[in-house]
Design a binder for this molecule. Sequence first.
Ligand code: C5P
Length: 232
Amino acid sequence: MAATTHKVIVALDYANLADAKSLVSKLNPDYCHLKVGKELFTATGPAFIEYLHSKHFKVFLDLKFHDIPTTVKKACEAASQLGVWMINVHASGGSIMLEAALEGINKSNQPPLLIAVTVLTSMNQKILEEIGVTIKLEDQVLHLAKLAEGSGLNGIVCSAKDLEFLKDQLHKSFLYVTPGIRMTGDDTNDQERTMTPIEAIKVGSSHLVIGRPITQSANPSETLEKIYLEIN
Ligand code: C5P
């Protein structure tokens, strides 16, 4: 496995093995890590994670666990046994669940980084109200980020646009994994609040999650290399 921790995490948002493998064959593990989410993991399972490890990629297993503490602990333990580099849970599960998640990963010899989702970027103030959260969305993001920090997690997934109000309030080594990255002139697709790779790094992102700008590029390997060189 590559020793370096890269800033770019390519999101493998595919529904089947053939499409995912085809993209992976175009990427260089010296320039990126890979993110496997619910769709691809449900379709391909642990065997595909082993395949990615055999190709020397580090893997962020993006399954966003949120359940009763015992279940989350066991799920995190099972994910850690796969040898992945990073996993995540929902901070809104509360501190007992977050601490259980930490206990789960610490059963492994090489625990992955454990990060938390605060408020999904698909949510807005109206949807928060629907589920009974009446404080401002930004305050809820900060509240959950602090809960994750206080529970001993390594960082959060958030929009790079949120870093301005978040960064000074959390400890210096906290990780910020930021999706919604687009190069100038790219299609923004369904992302509302985007930043370029260099802008996101400048405001403090530790890792950039990039999907379609690379996966749907005419030349994924060239696009990845260009981003890598721009931010390193
Ligand atoms: O294609 P694109 O670059 O928009 O992909 C972004 C990736 O980051 C997708 O896998 C998406 O599910 C994920 N993500 C996101 N916003 C969040 C959390 C995860 O876009 N808040």
